[in-house]
Write a protein that binds this ligand. Structure first.
Ligand code: GLN
Length: 604
């Protein structure tokens, strides 16, 4: 097993995750089997309890692991399926060591950070790196390990120490360290400054880690003399200094690395030049090139709670991009803060109210993503109602499905107080209820999580056709509430069709997909299809939304005879994503403004 460790210095938010994913992709393109591990030095056991507003979205894996969003980048770039153990946190490591101590495994010894925590980290990495993640058997060739945070952070110290020992333990030919750093340009003189990189490498060395390759983030390519200077001061050969300068979209990053022969440098360190081939990136290149040429717009109104931070809905955005690119359209995401659609805002902030409704009405399609808590729920219900009544294409995900059912119960069944017990525990008409197996007292990992099967109960429906007329699908879940099975009969009689359920026969009581048959495209799903969308394999339901938003659903459905046609018949390329905000929102996507920028300070 060969290991590539990616660390970051100078500032956070340099795009370390994208860099590490791109390195993985490049090595995969050379014919190697690649896996990845993300280390998050925070104390939380997993990302499940972390606010998307603070930390970006919680990514959900097949096994129900609630993990850092970077694992989403790895799965999308490398088309792999990771497990919860591929995301290491301080919380997980300490928990495993404390469990061992309580079992008496340390035989009376004093349990310490060195060697017990550091050993646990190394054992964890070695164990997880061996797990095949590409659907084939046998262990992968290379494991890319990304160390979150910035060199020098107090909480990452045990990991640095462990990785230093690890590099020694696995041997020089099996360990390659890539350090991502920043080379800023001072506007006054326009000079590329190397000092921050020098300091950061010095700090890394001081901690016992020696970088083999430096990837320098900068607005433009590093000048030759600057490269020489970095090389001399950091003791890294000039050919191993790579510049990651601003590009139109992130799908260019692997190409930037390839153009500067980063793969050769890595393969040389790992003594893999004999085993690996030339990188085959044709499909990737054609996507990256086509992306810039898209011009026909499609506007999707995203009605959410966290519209101020695009990372909160990262996978939904990616899935929208994958689908719109496949459909040959340039995506515009119109952020609509859900609470701005509510009557209360009309009085308090009429401008925001007007702007929100203008965006919603002007969009070609509406998407209500998942969410928790009651802020903005009424606005989401109004958005679903608007889409339903005005025949606007609608996709509701998880909470988005639940609020669509609430609207239907209120508006069509006339049950004015219909609600989810999440928002009104005493409602007389609970159309969405708490699931019996959930826990109201323990927050971490207690939801219905991960991959679950959905069986189609109606074959002649849009979702079944989009999924290639399969009898069942496996998608990822993350919820505590569900549609009240006791109200399904009434809802169906009034015209709502529950086309997908969790069981095969009529006894299945959990609703997974809901549709309005006489609407151009009105689909709600209890699962999160965004987590399995890939650049080359867009999610069928997102594809349906985009096609319907362009008035081309019939064509799309026609070509969906089988799942294979859906997936292979698509032209995929990334595209520029433009944002129009109802109220100005800061969209950082975890990177400083201008990094991999499309002109709006946002990258994809
Ligand atoms: N809050 C809802 C539930 O727990 C929806 C969750 C979600 O959208 N992920 O069921």
């Amino acid at each position: 097993m060969k290991y590539v460790l990616v660390t970051g210095g100078v500032v956070s938010g340099l795009g370390k995750g994208v860099t590490a994913s791109s390195i993985g992709l490049l090595l995969k393109a050379c014919g190697l089997r690649v896996t990845s591990i993300k280390i998050d030095p925070y104390l939380n056991t997993d990302a499940g309890t972390m606010s998307p507003f603070e930390h970006g979205e919680v990514f959900v894996l097949d096994d129900g692991g609630e993990v850092d969003l970077d694992l989403g980048n790895y799965e999308r770039f490398l088309d792999t399926k990771l497990t919860r153990d591929h995301n290491i946190t301080t919380g997980k490591i300490y928990q495993s060591v404390i469990d061992k101590e309580r079992r008496g495994d340390y035989l009376g010894k004093t349990v310490q950070v060195v060697p017990h925590i550091t050993d646990a980290i190394q054992e964890w990495i070695e164990r997880v790196a061996m797990i095949p993640v590409d659907g084939k058997s046998g262990s992968p060739d290379v494991c890319v390990i990304e160390l979150g945070g910035t060199i020098g952070d107090i909480e990452s110290m045990p990991f640095i120490e462990a990785l230093g020992q690890f590099s020694y333990r696995v041997g020089t030919e099996n360990f390659c360290l890539i350090h991502v750093s920043l080379v800023p340009v001072l506007n006054v003189v326009g000079e590329q400054k190397t000092k921050p990189t020098q300091h950061s490498v010095r700090q890394l060395r001081g901690l016992g880690l020696t970088p083999h390759i430096l990837t320098c983030r900068s607005t433009t390519a590093l000048e030759e003399n600057v490269k020489v200077k970095v090389s001399q001061f950091c003791h890294v050969p000039a050919e191993n200094i790579i510049t990651l300068y601003d590009v139109p979209n992130i799908w260019h990053i692997p190409l930037l690395l390839r153009d500067q022969k980063a793969h050769e440098a890595i393969l040389k360190v790992l003594n893999l030049l004999g085993k690996a081939g030339k990188p085959e990136l044709d499909e990737w290149i054609s996507r990256a090139e086509k992306c810039d040429k898209l011009h026909e717009p499609v506007h999707i109104a995203m009605v959410g709670k966290y519209t101020g931070l695009s990372d909160s809905y990262l996978s939904v955005l990616k899935a929208l991009v994958h689908a719109s690119v496949s459909h040959g359209k340039k995506l515009f995401v119109d952020w609509v803060p859900a609470s701005d659609l509510e009557d209360a805002t009309k009085k308090e902030n009429p401008d925001a109210y007007k702007a929100a409704w203008k965006l919603l009405k002007g969009a070609d399609g509406v998407l209500v993503p998942g969410g928790f808590g009651d802020r903005g729920v009424q606005g989401k219900i109004l958005a679903a109602k608007y889409a339903r009544e005005n025949r606007k294409p609608f996709l509701g995900i998880c909470l988005g499905m639940q609020i669509a059912v609430i609207d239907f119960a209120r508006s069509v069944l006339g049950l004015k107080d219909a609600n989810s017990t999440e928002f009104d525990p005493n409602t007389k008409n609970p159309c969405v209820i708490f699931m019996p197996e959930g826990s109201k007292t323990h927050m971490g990992g207690t939801m219905r999580l991960g991959s679950r099967r959905t069986y189609f109960h109606v074959l002649d429906c849009k979702s079944a056709k989009l999924y290639g007329n399969r009898s069942f699908i496996d998608e990822r879940h993350r919820h505590r509430y569900e549609v009240n099975p006791d109200m399904v009969g009434r809802l169906e009689k009034a015209g709502l069709s529950f086309t997908g359920k969790d069981g095969k026969d009529e006894t299945s009581r959990r609703m997974e997909i809901v549709e309005l048959p006489n609407h151009p495209y009105f689909v709600g799903v209890q699962f999160h299809p965004e987590f399995k969308s890939r650049p080359g394999k867009p999610s069928p339901l997102f594809l349906g939304l985009i096609a319907a938003a362009c008035g081309e659903l019939d064509v799309a459905l026609h070509s969906c005879g089988s799942q294979r046609t859906v997936l292979n018949g698509l032209v995929n390329c990334p595209m520029k994503l433009k944002y129009r905000n109802a109220t100005p929102a800061k969209c950082t996507n975890g990177l400083p403004d201008g990094v991999y920028s499309n002109g709006n300070g946002i990258y994809l």
